[in-house]
Design a protein around this ligand. Structure first.
Ligand code: CMP
Length: 139
């Protein structure tokens, strides 16, 4: 079934010039980018987006990192795109990510792992709503 997911090139990916690499992999796979913008995430949005991690030891560092520079936020559409983007991204811990995935190919640490992708249908709907207005999504 056609689904939508929220994908974001994190500040480390943008700083390292890997935005095009990530976009290229998404497009070559055959998924469609139906919304995209480069933005600085306000502190309050970062805290809401990562709300499920509030109270964890890495929460403050995570918010500081994700607000440390521009991100490229996207809505990506396609059959099974939520799970498939998780597969293309690779495991959160890059040393556990399968070779050929984005994190295995470009990242070394769990804090700076290039890309975010929604982990399920509920978080996809929630995250798309946090970052995009309906009229910004062009399908
Ligand atoms: P992501 O799954 O996109 O969203 C939560 C992020 O927290 C995760 O990516 C990691 O980049 C980051 N993070 C930092 N430290 C940890 C940790 N110890 N365990 C899990 N995630 C972590």
């Amino acid at each position: 079934d056609t689904e939508r997911t929220y994908i974001m090139v994190k500040p480390d990916g943008v700083r390292r010039g890997l935005t095009g690499e990530v976009i290229g992999r998404i497009e070559r796979k055959g998924f469609r980018i139906v919304a995209m913008k480069k933005m600085l995430i306000p502190q309050s949005l970062a805290e809401t987006h990562y709300g499920e991690h509030k109270g964890k030891p890495f929460f403050e560092g995570l918010v500081r990192f994700i607000t440390s520079g521009p991100v490229v936020a996207m809505v990506v559409e396609g059959p099974g795109v939520i799970a498939e983007m998780r597969r293309l991204m690779g495991a959160t811990r890059p040393w556990e990510a399968a070779p050929g995935t984005i994190r295995a190919d470009f990242a070394t640490t769990v804090d700076e792992n290039i890309i975010h992708g929604s982990d399920g249908p509920e978080s996809a709907a929630r995250e798309i709503g946090l970052f995009f207005k309906p009229e910004e999504i062009l399908s």
